[in-house]
Ligand binder design. Sequence first.
Ligand code: UTP
Length: 291
Amino acid sequence: MKVRKAVIPAAGLGTRVLPASKAVPKEMLPIVDKPAIQYIVEEAVASGIEDILIITNRGKSLIEDHFDHAPELEDKLRSSGKQDLFDQVVSLAHLCNIQYVRQKETRGLGHAVGCAKSFVGNESFAVLYGDDVVISPPEKPAIGELIAVHETYGKSVVGIKEVPDDLLRSYCTLGVKPVQNAVYEVFDMIEKPLPEEVISNFAILGRCVLTPDIFELIENTPPSRNNEVQLTDAMRTLAKRGDMMGIAYTGKRYDMGNKLGILQATIEVGLTHPEIGTGLRAYLKEIASTL
Ligand code: UTP
């Protein structure tokens, strides 16, 4: 079944990047010259998504402003002949059909996805975590790779990567069986595992395609770690009944909910940026020699 809709949960508190995220949503923190959430929306559009729902909360109206017209700014750019910037700014209002819904209490990622029920209806949909930016070759946007697996197998799909032992406890651990190339069957998953619960070093990193039966599972999922409704707990039922696949997607994922992740993304994207790449490379070489 074709996947046309995407949900971007962006209603978390972002405590790991405070105080930066006190008034500015962490999803709006920039990588060079674009906020994180713009990379994510562009990935969805490049993957054939037509409708996006962003889950927000109080204080996240900057996200709505970013994907809207800014008449004064547009007039100024046009009248001063800055056509390239004008085109970039205007195009943001036309990237995709974007809607918003508020998660009224911060009750976890599972609860946030549950807020998308009436938007999604009875079709499979993509989920792109609002603080996980994946930089991929243009022909392989990460969520597009998951959608292709969904179209082949008709099951839910998670985007996975192997992560070092010390990171597993902040993510989740997956039971996987290889199927072909980077595609796996996922038969179990445990959120934020204790060392004795670790099944493998594979974890879900920021992307899923879910069948609509996930909503009933979310409704029946009690809060667990951090007293939040965990999406992983709801997806575990799909895995246990043989309805979950995984793909180790090609792109590199950056955790924008984490200070080091933000710096890594900034440096790596900056190095390839046409305007500042050369200058940044020279600067990094200069300071690296002093470290
Ligand atoms: P995180 O667990 O990284 O978000 O959720 P967080 O709660 O903001 O992080 P910390 O631990 O306080 O720093 C992953 C994604 O899910 C969203 C977040 O905005 C992020 O994009 N989320 C999380 C929600 O939309 N609602 C929630 O209740 C929790």
